[in-house]
Unconditional design. Structure first.
Length: 299
């Protein structure tokens, strides 16, 4: 049984202000995959002491790609991943241009589009829009998403905003935002727009969106958080839905940012045609952890 505890990150000078850390505390031993455990004693003992770092090795994307493909060959359905370390400049993709049903990860695109539109109108989100944005991201409220999708101009409004955000392979679906299509590569571009000073979305808007992503409900803090290590901060949004008209099985996706002392990862893992939601979550978490772990130990 895994319990999720959200802890506010207060480290002075840390990047990604406004995020919270999703610290996943497992009732099993701490080495369990996907568990991020608070290492209070280790941190305290290490103060003032020299840190011993494991030697890095050259990054070999071909070997990682082979490993990811070998794992996915054992899993039902299909998946794609894109990840980038904003500190080291390393990036990796496997089936990153594959098209997947968005489900609720589309809610980040909806909010980003609306923030950008209001910014260009030299205004801000209304109080009512903020009251909808919080449950849309933190609780994955679909009714709030319906209202904000409409406020953003629906498919045409989000499509126009996406051109400014360089999302070339995301297709907003008219009426039903969850039926939109996207790629892991596009989702990483969206995440980069939430962390970069070069983004058309200004800093207050970026902090606002990431702050909501950093405080999702405990039970929704799965997915790319499996790649986090003790003390690291996670901001994420997950999506999951049974698919009937655009395939079969479940679409299960996770996008987010994992920020630590030496790394700053933006990650998107999308999957489709899983027989159950649980199977999709397992695939997404394993791929995220596999890719990020390899990139951490490389240079």
């Amino acid at each position: 049984m895994r319990r999720h505890v959200i802890v506010l990150a207060l480290a002075a000078g840390a990047t990604g202000a406004g995020l919270t850390a999703h610290q996943l505390i497992s009732d099993a031993p701490a080495r369990r995959r996907g568990a991020v455990v608070v290492a209070t004693e280790s941190i305290a003992a290490g103060r003032g002491a020299a840190l011993v770092r494991a030697p890095t090795r050259p990054f070999e994307p071909a070997a990682l790609r082979q490993a990811v493909r070998a794992y996915l060959d054992t899993r039902p359905g299909e998946a794609g991943v894109m990840a980038a370390d904003l500190r080291t400049g390393l990036s990796f993709g496997e089936n990153e241009k594959g098209r997947f049903v968005t489900a609720s990860i589309m809610k980040v695109d909806i909010l980003s589009s609306l923030v950008l539109q209001r910014q260009r109108d030299r205004s801000a989100l209304t109080a009512g829009e903020r009251q909808l944005a919080e449950p849309m991201i933190r609780e994955s409220d679909n009714h709030a998403a319906d209202a904000l999708y409409s406020a953003a101009g629906g498919a045409s409004g989000v499509r126009k905003a996406n051109r400014s955000l360089a999302l070339k392979n995301t297709t907003p679906f008219p009426g039903s935002w969850g039926s939109s299509l996207t790629t892991p590569a596009d989702q990483v571009r969206l995440l980069k727009n939430l962390v970069s000073d070069k983004s058309p979305i200004k800093a207050p808007g970026r902090r606002y969106i990431l702050g909501l992503m950093g405080s999702v409900l405990d039970e929704q803090a799965w997915g790319v958080s499996a790649a986090a290590r003790p003390g690291e901060r996670v901001a994420l949004k997950n999506g999951w839905t049974p698919v009937r008209h655009q395939g079969q099985g479940w679409a299960v996706n996770s996008i987010g940012r994992v920020t630590g002392r030496d790394h700053d990862f933006v990650i998107a893992v999308c999957s489709g045609e899983s027989p159950t939601m649980e199977a999709g979550v397992s695939t997404v978490e394993h791929v995220a952890e596999m890719v990020v772990s390899t990139m951490r130990d490389s240079h």
